[in-house]
Design a protein. Sequence first.
Length: 203
Amino acid sequence: MSTERAIKQAQEAFDQRKNVLINQLANPDFLANKGLGNEVGVYILCYDPALELDLRAFVNQLEHKSQTGELPCNIIQCNLYDHILSICEKRRVLSALDRMEQKRGTRSLIDQLRKTVSPAVIAESLTYEPHNPGDVLLITGVGEAYPLVRVHALLDNIQHLFEDVPVIVAYPGHYDGQSLRLFAGANQKGLEDGNYYRAFNLV
């Protein structure tokens, strides 16, 4: 299949997922995490990595619809990359990162940062009270935060903190209900990104 045709199909698939999500965000049962049995409301919004700018524009659209009341929900966006930088700044290590990388190398810096911004630390920093009806946590920046943060590890730490709030992960890759493949897209196999069994695929 040509790259042009593959991108066109990826765009069509993403448009379908966007429509499904918009409909869900107007659904009171979805917003209240009803009808899931004993499962937590974690949803994966897959998109081709080549459509990153489309994803960002869509997120801006959702936030606007949320703020103007066109959607009966409150979108709380967390860009993982920006969030990591914020945590580093609060812990007063952000200004030292360049120096650390030059002195010890990229691998050593990543290993050190994983202790500072572990999935548990990130999850805890996302918590807030009270959770209000209609709140939706939207996680973006997954590709930007790789390999520092892996989605499956983050969700393992988040799920018990947001049992009453839908969590949506904008994922630049593929999720088959069991395994995640980051950066999988048009003519790209992507990278194995771990297993996660407790999320629902949007389409």
